[in-house]
Design a protein around this ligand. Structure first.
Ligand code: MG
Ligand code: MG
Length: 242
């Protein structure tokens, strides 16, 4: 399928970011790792210049939810959780994937948030089968994370992916079973739970990009681009096997 290559490069770029993260590095340096990998594959970073964004990855630390701007002035410390959101474009199609990495030793509370958010992504993906509806995905995610005491961010959602990185339909991380857009074979969507340790509220910083939790608590973000096929969901943004 045409989108596999974009997904593969996106997944690999994210893995490169995970390998590179270490205490003392800046988010600007981490962004360069992502950009070099994507460009080295002959692809383009989807986010660079998108709506005027100045990085190849969104890098959001601790209480930052999404859309953190990479910077030479932001240093990653041991104990931080670092959400990296990457997109790559090749052959006219995009991939979109995110992962929250632990830098050094993180608290058990932070680890539980990461584990829960990653697991919720896979529960959402399981529902990405033809005949299901968008609400089935959001419901599976919401039910799991709320049962574990966390909150689902409402203001930002997953989305369709294709020749543009953000397409219809919107894919919320909350929902009602059997409601919403019907999933059909051939659709490609990004499923991306953004989960807060505290309350669901978020606000945007004065930089016009960075979204943080309103209560200052931690937030995590995991995302895959998923194709709905006759054989069930296929994750397009898996990195290559090592
Ligand atoms: Mg993304
Ligand atoms: Mg996305």
């Amino acid at each position: 399928m045409l989108m596999r290559e974009a997904g593969r490069i996106t997944g690999n770029a994210l893995r490169e970011a995970g390998r590179a993260i270490e205490p003392g590095m800046t988010t600007g340096e981490l962004d360069t790792v992502v950009r070099r990998y994507i460009e080295g594959q002959g692809a383009k970073p989807s986010f660079l210049g998108l709506y005027g964004f100045k990085g190849s990855a969104c890098i959001s630390i601790n209480n930052q939810v999404i859309h953190g701007i990479p910077s030479k002035d932001v240093v990653i410390k041991s104990g931080d959780i670092v959400s990296v959101d990457v997109g790559a474009c090749i052959n006219g199609y995009h991939g979109d994937s995110a992962y929250t990495f632990a830098c050094g030793d993180i608290t058990p509370q932070a680890q539980r948030l990461l584990d829960t958010t990653r697991e919720s992504l896979y529960l959402g993906i399981k529902q990405a089968v033809r005949g299901n509806r968008i609400g089935d995905i959001g419901y599976a995610i919401q039910k799991y994370v709320e049962a574990r005491g966390y909150s689902v961010v409402r203001e930002y959602t997953g989305h369709g992916v294709g020749a543009s990185i953000h397409e219809d339909p919107s894919v919320p991380n909350y929902g009602t079973p059997h409601r919403g857009y019907r999933l059909e074979e051939g659709m490609v969507i990004a499923i991306e739970p953004m989960i807060n340790a505290g309350t669901a509220g978020v606000r945007q910083l004065g930089d016009g990009w960075t979204v943080v939790t309103a209560d200052g608590e931690l937030s995590a973000h995991f995302e895959h681009t998923v194709a709905i096929t006759a054989d069930g969901p296929v994750i397009l943004t898996m990195p290559d096997p090592i």
